[in-house]
Unconditional design. Structure first.
Ligand code: BMA
Length: 311
């Protein structure tokens, strides 16, 4: 008998599409989700018809049925220094709660490349841009929710012409200035992720370590396939990591296999529940938003059972 899938897809997928959005957009995908005051809040990316992206916001009582608010949450900034670097749009938000605030990292696109901006909100009503925290070209910055040895920690993915794009770790005293960077997880040759890897959902704390659900890309004769993999970082030293050899989710449903960009599952967020499950959210084919549930202990076990070298 085949084992049950590690990530059980929600039966009502896709959970959000452009038809649920009260302003004109072409897609709904790549979303951060957190629990705030007992409700789920989602920040999601949408393409406009000019091909550039904005970030919308939606609320839910159960984590599956979301109501989109009337206005987008983040559109390209008018004020400097952000306006220069958000000219081509804002994409792929991640949210991490640190203390009382929620910290949002998102991709800022412009003629100068893609860099990561940091914004802060306490209530998901008012949002304040704090800083641009990378140069070009970086994507996929996820923040750990606490400090290690007094320093904040992030995972990110710089672009490279020389090496396959990989996951790096960096440290900061204040969330704005970052350094001590080093490479942590590389794509494995002739593997499902051999073209590139990048951080996905912000790390989820478990008693066994931090779960890092990341994306990996494989290039085929018919384009790239985006899948999700998982790694387990040491609780006290997140630069120590075990990477599962196999993927945990691949495009299978029709709305994951065809759409704006075919054969994509891409995550920016997951919510750990008190009952030991994880709600995972992913964009399907860069067009719709999907959700699924996994048992946290099973995902941890998956990392431990068949790890591969991280580098
Ligand atoms: C990546 C990013 C994601 C997107 C994915 C698949 O490079 O642009 O936002 O979901 O490609 O197209």
């Amino acid at each position: 008998m085949k084992p049950a899938p590690l990530v059980e897809r929600y039966s009502g997928n896709p959970i959000l599409t452009r038809d649920d959005v009260p302003y004109p957009v072409e897609t709904v995908h790549n979303a951060a989700v957190v629990k705030h005051d007992g409700r789920y809040v989602m920040l999601f990316r949408s393409h406009l018809r000019n091909g550039r992206s904005i970030i919308g916001i939606a609320d839910s009582d159960d984590g599956f049925r979301f109501q989109v608010r009337a206005e987008p949450f983040l559109v390209p900034a008018r004020g400097e220094p952000f306006a220069t670097y958000e000219e081509f749009g804002v994409e792929d938000p991640r949210v991490t709660r640190i203390g009382e605030d929620y910290w949002i990292t998102y991709s800022a696109y412009s003629r100068h490349g893609v860099r990561i901006a940091l914004a802060r909100t306490a209530d998901f009503r008012n949002v304040e841009r704090v800083s641009l925290i990378t140069q070009a070209d970086y994507r996929n910055v996820v923040l750990f929710p606490r400090r290690f040895g007094g320093r904040y920690v992030r995972l990110d993915r710089p672009h490279s012409e020389i090496a396959p794009w990989s996951i790096w770790i960096s440290y900061s005293p204040d969330l704005v200035h970052w350094g001590d960077s080093r490479i942590l997880i590389k794509p494995a040759a002739y593997h499902w992720d051999e073209m590139k890897v990048g951080p996905g959902a912000p790390p989820v704390e478990t008693p066994a370590g931090w779960l890092n659900i990341f994306h990996g890309v494989f290039k085929t004769m018919d384009g790239a396939v985006y899948r999700l993999g998982v790694a387990l970082h040491d609780l006290e030293d997140p630069s120590r990591v075990a990477v599962a050899d196999d993927w945990i989710l691949q495009p299978e449903d029709p709305w994951e296999r065809t759409g704006y960009v075919p054969n994509v599952v891409f995550t920016c967020g997951a919510v750990a529940e008190d009952d030991g499950t994880l709600k995972l959210y992913w964009g399907g084919a860069d067009t719709v938003l999907c959700a699924g549930v996994a048992r946290i202990d099973a995902v941890v076990e998956f990392c431990r059972r068949r790890p591969r070298p991280a580098l």
